[in-house]
Design a protein around this ligand. Structure first.
Ligand SMILES: [Zn+2]
Length: 257
C-alpha cells in the first residue's frame, strides 16, 4: 500500500509539474545610477555587507546631495526606522517583482504612492539609522531577495570599489540603432504600423538615428516581438523589433513621439 501511495504521489507531482504554467520572467527594468546625470560616485560592494549585494555610495562632501530614482516606478515605502537599520529609507516598486532601496537618507522628497521617473529626486544623502558615516546604501531586489546590481544592464563590481558615472535623467535626445534583418531591406512606413504605406526601405546593417519612439502594431523580428516603432525621419517609421538599440523596450532619454 505504501508503495502504491508513493507511486500515486509521484504521478500527482508529475502532473502538477506539467500543468503548472510557467510564467516568463519579465525583463528587468533598465536601472541607472541613483544620482543626477553626469555625476560620478564611488560605489563599494563587500561580502560582509547586509544584504550581500547592496552598494554603498560616496563622494566628497556628500551629505545632503540629491538621490534620484534609478528607474521609473511607484514609491511604496517612505519610512524612518530611527537609529537602527536603514534609518530613513525609500523603496520604489518598478513592477515585475523588482524593487530598489535607498537608505540612511537625510530627508525625503517623495511620498508613498507617488509615481517617479528617471532622475526624480527622492531624498538626500545622510547618515541615519545604523550608519557610521554619510553614504547612500542602495539595493536592487527581485521578489524580495537582493540581487546583484546592474546599471544600464551592466553588472556592478563584485567585490570591490569603483566609480560609477550617472546617465540618469539626462535631458532627452536622439537615439541610434543598427538595422538587423539578416539580409532583407527593412520597410519604412509612413506611420507606426504595418498598415501604413510603405515609403521606402533601409538596408540590413544600416545605422539609423531615432528621433522618438512610439507604440504601434506588434511586429516579430530579429530582437523578438515588440509594439515599439522608431521614427527615423519625418513620416518615416521602422519596427524596433528589427533594430539593435542596446535596450529592451524604449531607449531611456529618447522621447515618445
Ligand atoms: Zn550599506
Amino acid at each position: 500500500m505504501r508503495k502504491r501511495w508513493m507511486s500515486l504521489l509521484a504521478t500527482a507531482v508529475l502532473v502538477a509539474g506539467v500543468l503548472t504554467p510557467v510564467s516568463p520572467a519579465m525583463a528587468a527594468p533598465t536601472f541607472r545610477v541613483p544620482f543626477p546625470c553626469g555625476q560620478t560616485w564611488s560605489g563599494q560592494t563587500r561580502s560582509g555587507h547586509s544584504p550581500a549585494y547592496a552598494i554603498d555610495f560616496n563622494r566628497t562632501d556628500d551629505v545632503g546631495d540629491p538621490v534620484v530614482a534609478s528607474a521609473p516606478g511607484t514609491v511604496d515605502v517612505v519610512t524612518n526606522l530611527g537609529n537602527t537599520s536603514y534609518g530613513k529609507y525609500v523603496r520604489i516598486n518598478h513592477g515585475g517583482g523588482y524593487t530598489t532601496y535607498y537608505a540612511h537618507l537625510n530627508g525625503f522628497n517623495v511620498s508613498v504612492g507617488q509615481t517617479v521617473g528617471y532622475g526624480k529626486v527622492i531624498g538626500w544623502v545622510g547618515s541615519t539609522g545604523g550608519s557610521s558615516g554619510p553614504h547612500l546604501h542602495y539595493e536592487q531586489r527581485l521578489n524580495g531577495s537582493d540581487i546583484q546590481v546592474r546599471f544600464n544592464g551592466s553588472l556592478a563590481l563584485y567585490w570591490g570599489t569603483k566609480n560609477y558615472n550617472s546617465g540618469n535623467g539626462c535631458s532627452s535626445g536622439t537615439g541610434s540603432g543598427t538595422v538587423d534583418t539578416s539580409g532583407t531591406p527593412l520597410t519604412v512606413r509612413s506611420g507606426p504600423g504595418t498598415g501604413y504605406a510603405s515609403v521606402g526601405t533601409v538596408a540590413d546593417g544600416a545605422k539609423v538615428t531615432i528621433a522618438c519612439q512610439t507604440s504601434g502594431t506588434s511586429v516579430t523580428g530579429t530582437y523578438g516581438t515588440s509594439t515599439i516603432w522608431d521614427r527615423i525621419g519625418s513620416g518615416r517609421f521602422i519596427a524596433d523589433a528589427y533594430v539593435y538599440t542596446g535596450h529592451d523596450g524604449y531607449i531611456p532619454n529618447v522621447p515618445r513621439c
